[in-house]
Write a protein that binds this ligand. Sequence first.
Ligand code: CUA
Length: 204
Amino acid sequence: METIINPVVKVDAAFVYIIGFSLFLLFAITATMVWFVFRYSRKRHPRAADIRGDWRLELVWTLVPTLIAMSMFWVGWSSYAGLRNVPDNALTIETVAMMYSWIFIYPNEKETEDELVVPLGKPVRLEVTSDDVIHGLFIPAFRIKVDAVPGVHTYAWFLPDETGTYFIQCSEFCGVGHADMTAVLRVVTEAEYLAWLETEAADE
Ligand code: CUA
């Protein structure tokens, strides 16, 4: 079986990398500026040096930022690729947004409203669309945020690697009920999931 890398890990790594680099540059540039203010004040350094046309300097300040930007692009891209490449063995669940609820349809036609139940450890592919206006499927715990657009079918996937209850929220302003357009994601054990799947939707 292929090992699945949880995209949550990659997204977080990209975030930490970019924030870390930004903070480092913020402090390094600020410190250099302050140092220059003293080192090259008119009192200490009355005649400014002319550094125009120094190809070594030009090379350094062109190459270094290019490499930094490219490395940020690379970590961002690989986390994005992780979010978009769904493992082959994923469980597919239809996800339909409508004013103002989320409908989930399972492979056996079971339907739930505002409650998504998935088995632990199995990748889940959500086929996302909308019945009316533009909504947004936002599952922060799994770093998922995709628009649900009428007439368009898109997808998102996640790896439920821990049992528990997670929050789902609509992330596009879709009308007066937008703030209440929430749902619950429950990650349960495989046995619990199978038992749940066979119960009728009547108790929902
Ligand atoms: Cu649906 Cu906001």
